[in-house]
Design a protein around this ligand. Structure first.
Ligand SMILES: *Cc1c(COP(=O)(O)O)cnc(C)c1O
Length: 694
């Protein structure tokens, strides 16, 4: 077996009284198929809303009486049968994009490594944009039919759940989940036995069990060290995502790189291409080197072979954001492994140094990944430039020139149900197959503005309900709803729009034209500045003159994100340039007809250039050299844009009460950004520029 695929006969554990339902739930496909999702929610809608997408919790709450009724419910069972037929057709399809364009290429397939995967709120092994991007990449690779497998870690406590008290203090709550709770199954080795892999670390071997999630056609393997026989500190390695110190971090990265590749070998995979998503994964390069040398290659041959088969995506536009490990740590943690490769620790250090032989220089995972790859890319046009600049010192050493592949998002996961219905009616359901190419979407311009506005307002009503459930506050149905949701990292300047109360009052003060600002987001547990931004937001929400106008929704996750991006009128994004490598949340909003109001950074530089009507560009293209001055200028520009352009455009209504200019802009956002910034297009770009490029 060269490539492990999800076939129509995968193993289905019994978790509900309905075997057919078990089968549907054992493949994450149901989470991104709109009808399948509606069917699962219909099992018990009120329990579903209470469980934040945690399927195990949800199923446990469904009463025996309800199960009995479902078993005899004709419509439900017919819906279930039809949905399963579609799932089987999906998994077994031969007429895929891949088969149409590249059928015989890469028989061993592509293996994708990532520290986090954001597939659904019910599988909490992601923290933010990087993870959601990886999840969307897998879903599109599945939709397009790529020969693809993926590897990551299973964190029992995942990232934290957030609660915020009335003073604005963030509290981190960790909830342990078993693999069964989140629908994972034991991965089996090529001989059918439960797979286990061993990773040399410090003076010992750490044992990993391996779990598997079916992501459409793609198996995702997740390593877990919280197993019998491991020491406590090793059991801790996969407890939390980004939870530990550098000792924990280097251990996690060894599991992912070395253990990840051993997992693939264990299930019989011999991928032609290894795709390293972000520097965390760079130890794959060392394990590949070990394999090649063990097979008898010379060093030059081994290194050439490793590079021939590896591609790398970098995501971090600031030097301090890249993982770096000092000599003693590498020597301690990796000493035994480095010896097995047949190298000295100093030689491994040099592979991760810009200047080999510089003893003070730490091992940088990004440098290791760049040196070990034949192709490398940043995640937007601007970020490609910034990355080339950052690693200029490596030019001439044989590392690949860093290009760019602009991020996207998985349209079926992020476009809301009413917008999907609208596209189905006007473009036909096959619009989903046209995403990699995109020509079809010019026809969005022919959709009557009233229909676009209606579909948006249906989704907005769902958001209003969601906010009422989560916060107890009811947003006026006709309000201009502005969203800001993402990690509260300093550079994203989450409280910028709150910084001048008198201008905020000017923005929000007209009782005839209500404006509501919806916030959500977590700060990293050790990021005190990020936490102070949350305090500022919660304090603003508590001010009597802003009561009901600024709302904070706790515990941001994919579910909260989905509700927001599908229902808001306007999305606010004001990172310090050029620190947002891409950003993807604004892309989700565009596809749903929401407008963006953003500084010119990351993907928005491209989005705004392609379709200026899709929103507003805040501030000048080039920021001021001085950070404080730049912040002040951007703040001023942001208020100006909101007060002088956004608000008047939203409230300017024609004879039928339609905000015609606003709706024209919505239509343009969908028509242009949906084809340009979806992950089918992005994965197709990876195929050409990375997977098949030589
Ligand atoms: C899309 C998404 C992000 C990325 O948001 P940015 O604005 O690009 O930082 C982060 N977290 C979640 C849960 C998302 O869905």
């Amino acid at each position: 077996m060269t490539l492990d695929r999800v076939t129509s006969r995968w193993y289905v554990p019994a978790v509900t009284p309905l075997p057919q339902l078990d089968r549907l739930l054992s493949n994450l496909w149901w989470t991104w198929d709109a009808d399948a999702r509606r069917l699962v929610e219909s099992i018990d809608p009120s329990s579903w809303r209470a469980c934040k997408g945690m399927v195990g919790d949800f199923l446990a709450r469904v009463s025996r009486e309800r199960w009995r009724r479902l078993r005899d419910h004709v419509d439900f069972n017919r819906g279930l049968d039809e949905t399963l037929e579609r799932l089987d057709a999906y998994v077994g399809a031969q007429d895929t994009w891949w088969n149409e364009h590249h059928a015989d290429a890469l028989p061993g397939g592509i293996a994708y490594f990532s520290m986090e995967f954001g597939l659904h709120e019910g599988l909490p092994i992601y923290s933010g944009g990087l993870g959601v991007l990886a999840g969307d990449h897998l879903k599109s690779a599945s939709d397009l039919g790529l020969p693809f497998v993926a590897v990551g870690l299973f964190y029992r406590e995942g990232y934290f759940h957030q609660s915020v008290d009335e003073t604005g203090r963030q509290h981190e709550v960790y909830t342990a989940r078993t693999p069964a709770d989140v629908g994972l199954q034991r991965a089996l080795g090529a001989g059918g036995q439960p797979l286990e892999v061993f990773v040399p670390l410090y003076d010992r071997y750490v044992r990993c069990e391996v779990w598997k999630a079916n992501v459409g056609r793609i198996p995702l393997y997740l390593l877990d060290t919280d197993v019998a026989g491991n020491r406590d500190e090793d059991r801790w390695l996969t407890k939390r995502l980004y939870g530990g110190d550098p000792h924990n971090r280097i251990g996690q990265e060894m599991l992912l790189g070395v253990g990840g590749l051993r997992t693939l070998r264990g299930v019989g995979c011999q991928p032609d291409v290894m795709h390293l998503n972000e520097g965390h994964t760079a130890f794959v390069v060392l394990e590949r080197l070990r394999e090649e040398l063990a097979a008898g290659s010379t060093r030059d041959e081994a290194w050439a072979e490793v590079r021939r088969s590896t591609v790398f995506t970098t995501h971090t536009p600031v030097p301090a954001g890249h993982d770096r490990f000092w000599y003693e740590l590498v020597d301690n943690a990796l000493g035994r492994f480095v010896h097995q490769i047949g190298l000295y620790p100093g030689e491994v250090m040099d592979l991760g140094r810009v200047q080999p032989g510089h003893d003070e220089e730490h091992l940088c995972m990004t440098v290791l990944a760049l040196k070990g790859s034949r192709a490398a890319n940043g995640v937007s046009h601007k970020h490609g430039e910034v990355s080339r600049d950052m690693w200029r010192e490596l030019d001439g050493t044989g590392t690949p020139t860093i290009g760019h592949i602009t991020n996207g998002v998985h349209a079926p996961s992020w476009v809301g149900p009413s917008m999907q219905d609208l596209l189905d009616r006007h473009l036909g359901p096959a619009w989903r197959r046209e995403l990699p190419d995109g020509r079809l979407f010019g026809r969005v311009f022919d959709i009557p503005g009233r229909d676009v506005w209606e579909a948006h307002n249906e989704q907005k009503r769902r958001l209003v309900e969601f906010v009422a459930t989560r916060t107890g506050e009811r947003i006026p149905a006709d309000a201009l709803v502005i969203g800001f949701a993402r990690r509260f990292a300093t550079y994203k300047r989450g409280d910028m729009v709150l910084s001048h109360p008198e201008r905020l009052a000017e923005l929000m003060g007209d009782p005839e034209r209500p404006v509501v600002l919806l916030y959500a987001g977590k700060a990293h547990p050790r990021d005190e500045h990020g936490k102070s931004i949350i305090r500022n937001v919660v304090n603003a929400a508590g001010r009597h003159d802003l009561h009901g106008h600024v709302l904070f929704i706790e515990d941001y996750d994919i579910g909260v994100g989905r509700a927001l991006v599908q229902g808001v009128d306007l999305w606010l994004n004001n990172p310090r340039r050029p620190l947002e490598a891409s950003g993807t949340s604004g892309q989700k909003v565009s596809m749903n007809g929401g407008l963006n109001c953003s500084t010119l950074d990351g993907w928005w530089i491209e989005g705004f250039a392609q379709e200026p009507r899709a929103g507003w560009a805040v501030g000048s293209p080039e920021p001021s050299e001085d950070v404080a001055r730049g912040d002040a200028e951007d703040t001023d520009a942001l208020y100006k844009t909101l007060i002088e352009e956004v608000v008047p455009t939203f409230w300017r209504r024609d004879g039928d009460g339609l905000p015609s200019e606003w709706v024209e802009r919505m239509t343009a956002a969908i028509a242009v950004c949906l084809p340009a910034f979806n992950t089918d297009r992005m994965v197709a770009d990876y195929v050409t520029a990375a997977y098949l490029a030589r």
